[in-house]
Design a protein around this ligand. Structure first.
Ligand SMILES: [Zn+2]
Length: 319
């Protein structure tokens, strides 16, 4: 909570970095950006935990690593009274009331490579509690092309099946990393809110991972959100980069998407370099104070958590 506001971070690679660097989530001196102690200090009430796998392995190895990452969550992160997995609207509503002071966790997959063209794998991952999927990372996979794939193709037929099955099951479709054509394919076929969990605005800083105004507007029109992200390369080319530069993106996102269409997705633990004054979850409260002072309590409450809560309530299974 920050000044009584329920807050959500839509993207962090804690599980990936724990695996790569053999880091402990509960180590009080952990260098993780969002270790338990940093997450506690951040005021984030609901953290999206991403399972990310480097794309240089086969799809079956991807699936193995995704399962290992989910197991890491279950055995090393999930803990009674500390971190609680959210898979339904009922659990979400309970979490907002904070019966035990725990932090909520939503499991997400970044890049659908592990599906390997099998819709059964999607159903299985749903069964394991995954509730959000970023369809691609930067390369191409069985679902679509990412922004780094020069072909720039949209959704495959399998990708269309994935999007419609996700929406039937109650999973959030995330278009961050997707090539432009895929973003439009998703927006054309969706009947639920769509999100871009960690992307900024191309109009402020031209980068392939940022979104055009048309994309930002169209995502907001689905009832979805764009999660402003703390990745320095997407924010600008000045040095040092600080949260003042991030605020330019947030200003712009608000002007295009409106106050109901903006959220936050830090990408903590997915980035090597951070903003000079946003180095870990511990710096979140300062950003929250800046946002509240600049945009007022109402808009701040929506941006910091209310908008993503609304999206999750519209999409997750009820019970
Ligand atoms: Zn990412």
């Amino acid at each position: 909570m920050h000044n009584g506001i329920f807050t959500v971070d839509g993207h962090a690679d804690i599980l990936y970095r724990m695996g790569e660097e053999k880091l402990s989530f509960y180590d009080a001196d952990s260098v993780l950006h969002q270790s338990y102690s940093h997450l506690r200090a951040s005021g984030v009430d609901l953290q999206v935990f991403v399972t990310f796998v480097m794309p240089n392995v086969t799809p079956s190895e991807q699936l193995y690593q995704v399962l290992a990452s989910l197991h890491r969550f279950t055995t090393q992160v999930e803990r009674v009274g500390a971190v609680r997995r959210i898979t339904t609207v009922q659990q979400l509503d309970e979490q907002v009331l904070k019966p035990d002071g725990s932090i909520g966790a939503l499991l997400s997959l970044e890049g659908a490579d592990a599906l390997n063209g099998q819709i059964a794998v999607l159903h299985a991952l749903f069964g394991l509690g995954v509730r959000l999927i970023g369809l691609t990372w930067n390369g191409a996979n069985c679902v679509a092309d990412g922004v780094g794939e020069s072909r720039g193709a949209g959704l495959t037929q399998f990708g269309r099946d994935v999007v419609s099955t996700m929406q039937e099951l109650g999973m959030v479709v995330d278009v961050s990393h997707l090539a432009a054509r895929g973003v439009w394919d998703v927006l054309d076929m969706t009947h639920k809110p769509v999100i871009a969990s960690h992307s900024n605005a191309q109009a402020v800083h031209l980068h392939q991972r940022n979104l055009t105004d048309d994309q930002i507007r169209a995502i907001a029109q689905t009832g979805g959100v764009v999660g402003a992200t703390f990745v320095p390369a997407f924010i600008g080319s000045e040095t040092p980069l600080t949260s003042d530069h991030l605020l330019k993106h947030i200003d712009h996102l608000l002007s295009v998407a409106g106050e109901n269409g903006v959220a936050l997705g830090s990408d903590f633990d997915g980035i090597e370099k951070t903003l000079a004054d946003l180095r870990s979850g511990e710096d979140y409260p300062r950003l929250y104070d800046l946002l509240e002072a600049r945009f007022g309590a109402n808009t701040f409450a929506k941006m910091a958590g209310g908008n993503l809560l609304r999206v999750l309530r519209a999409i997750l299974p009820t019970t």
